[in-house]
Design a protein around this ligand. Structure first.
Ligand code: FAD
Length: 316
């Protein structure tokens, strides 16, 4: 059977891998220039900087089984520093485990036994899947429409080319799936358009370890909703997972002004280029101040993943 998988994020790549294992003839199509979707790992000068997710729940077996299947089981790494603190607006206070996730609006995390990641960052799993699927993966192939064909479906791309497949898997953001399914007359697909996404803006900052206070506890902090902080949360990346920064350097990753408490009321923030720049500028000194670091960072990286964080559903 010929299957077209639309979207080469982790969901699409994993689906394609499983289909290949089951003997299907698979082609993976992605609109972007690279596979991986919201997984964006930058490796440079011994830094491993994550622009998207930096790990997964240790209690979640699927990704770990997948890693073993594709030969990178030995890349799995455990979270080293555990626990989070709360930025009250004036100081950092200890938080019970699971409370940080709640404050960030992530449900069902509770006390889940921490997180895991990969030695070379989250892109390890993407790289391994891409290597195994390479001849079947086509990037810069944005699917614009799907229509019934004699034996299955015809997918159209930007640039007027097309491809026929007996089956199609959509592994794209909900707003893209809505459009593709609506074109097929699937009226129930409108419900997908109610999924609310917010952009994620992260600023990663490198310091010398002696610029960062030795009293920092755990793997990061979350800002109290009433703290007025520009940085909503910050991960001490160099302490959370092994080898995220060169020896004697520290790496902080700050989530900048995502939402103002109620995503339904305020909508994704920041949404325009100007707001983003302002938030990023505010985020840098704020991340330093909130963590108590000397504000002169040695290096910085900024990453914005468009409409990447599912925040729930829009109220009808
Ligand atoms: C900052 C951040 C932190 C996160 N942290 C965690 C975490 O700690 N733990 C955890 O479990 N999860 C986390 N997540 C969530 C998790 O990473 C994502 O849910 C998951 O990676 C999404 O994968 P996906 O394949 O579904 O979608 P995506 O990664 O969004 O991939 C979708 C793909 O579809 C492609 N596409 C879009 N339109 C088209 C089209 N028309 N034609 C063809 N291709 C198209 C896109 O280019 C993209 O490559 C985090 C996410 C972010 C952004």
């Amino acid at each position: 059977m010929t299957v077209a998988v639309v979207g080469a994020g982790l969901a699409g790549l994993s689906a394609a891998w499983k289909l290949r294992q089951a003997g299907a003839d698979v082609v993976v199509l992605d609109a972007g220039r690279h596979a991986g979707g919201v997984i964006v790992t930058e490796r440079r000068d011994e830094f491993i900087v994550e622009g998207g997710p930096d790990g997964f729940l240790a209690s979640e077996p699927d990704i770990q089984e997948l890693a073993r299947e594709i030969g990178i089981g030995d890349h799995l790494v455990d979270q080293v520093a555990r626990g989070s603190t709360l930025w009250t607006g004036g100081r950092l206070e200890t938080l019970p485990e699971g409370r940080a996730a709640e404050l960030l609006g992530i449900q069902g995390y509770g006390n889940v036994g921490g997180f895991r990641s990969f030695a070379g960052g989250m892109a390890d799993v993407v790289d391994a899947l891409v290597a195994r699927l390479a001849p079947r993966l086509r990037t810069t192939q944005g699917v614009t429409a799907i229509a019934p064909a004699a034996r299955g479906w015809r997918l159209s791309f930007t640039g007027a080319s097309s491809l026929d497949a007996e089956a199609v898997i959509l592994a794209v953001p909900a707003w893209v799936a809505t459009r593709l399914l609506a074109g097929l007359g699937v009226s129930a697909a409108r419900a997908l358009d109610t999924v609310l996404y917010a952009p994620s803006v992260t600023v990663s900052l490198a310091y010398r370890v002696d610029q960062v206070p030795g009293t920092l506890e755990g793997a990061g902090f979350v800002a109290a909703p009433d703290s007025g902080a520009a940085v909503r949360a910050c991960t001490y990346a160099w302490r959370k997972y092994p080898k995220r920064a060169p020896e004697s350097l520290a790496l902080l990753r700050a989530f900048v002004g995502l939402v103002d408490g109620d995503p339904f009321r305020s909508g994704p923030v920041p949404s325009t280029g100007r707001e983003r720049c302002r938030a990023t500028r505010a985020g840098m000194p704020s991340a330093s101040r909130q963590s108590g670091s000397d504000s002169r960072d040695l290096r910085r990286w900024r990453s914005r993943v468009r409409g990447s964080m599912e925040q729930g559903y829009r109220r009808a």
